[in-house]
Ligand binder design. Sequence first.
Ligand code: VTB
Ligand code: MG
Ligand code: MG
Length: 323
Amino acid sequence: MDRELALEIARVTEAAAISSAQWLGRGEKNEADDAATTAMRKMFDSIHCQGTVVIGEGEKDEAPMLYIGENVGDGKGPEVDIAVDPLEGTSIVAKGYPNAMSIIAVADRGTLLHAPDMYMEKIVVGPEAAGLVRIDDPIEKTIDITAKMMDKRVRDVTVIIQERDRHSDLIERVRQKGARVKLFGDGDVAAAIATALPSNDIDIFAGTGGAPEGVITAAAIKALGGDMQARLAPLTEEETNRCYEMGIEDPSQALQLNDLVRGDDAIFAATGVSSGELLKGVKFLGGHLAETDTIVMRAKTRTVRFIQANHHLEHKPHLLMDN
Ligand code: VTB
Ligand code: MG
Ligand code: MG
């Protein structure tokens, strides 16, 4: 994979973020999602790669673009798998809440898990505890290990968990253990990545969220030197069969980071749509200026870049929402 691809895909997430951020707070989550998807799809044509979408907006018959199996890129250059979430957090944007992002992960062809659209149990930690956590360990043990490796008291360990009824036991156990719980509403990719960044006090991500988001998260965690384990959580027989159809022989298998993203050459880019743990959201300043905040990382070299960009929207009229 060319390293230039990292900066190229950042341009794609920037375009998607600028388009969807114009829907912030308007109560229209589908419009926000469509705006991100359309802008992302358009920008992909100029990217030098032979990409195949393996995690996208749905099956061919249910998504008009960025569907699973769609070929993207200029048709030349490296053969890659592409995972997209044009707008991770559609309802966040609709309500004007924090933590929405436009995201792309790219990896060598055949190296991303083809995760069906269902739930996945996930545990994520930063570099200090890498190699030491297991999806099957009780959360109390994970907290002890993380506290030890980070040289923290248990009471200072912070576990970030999505605020859902399905997590009420987990939340209670973390509190009983004496650690801190930070709840978030939506957007588990940003929450999980926060564990592996030195710039905040979030130590462990635990809980069940989207499986596609899990694979995207894994690409970032690889680049940050953190660790992640997961398990698909099909809820019905139909979902179990869906796993088989997608080539997953044992859906109950504990998935290591290397099962989610094989090999070491993955690139991850995300641009903030609304401000959150990881990134600032798109700011629309006066004079047709929009400011974006993007993180780009590459697993191979573990370079992490934060790119702040000013966009003069009079020169990018295709990104502007009609009004
Ligand atoms: C998960 C999570 C996402 O939506 O898919 C969640 O991975 C859906 O969970 O980050 P519920 O079914 O409980 O709402 C997000 O939070 C946003 O897409
Ligand atoms: Mg989405
Ligand atoms: Mg999502």
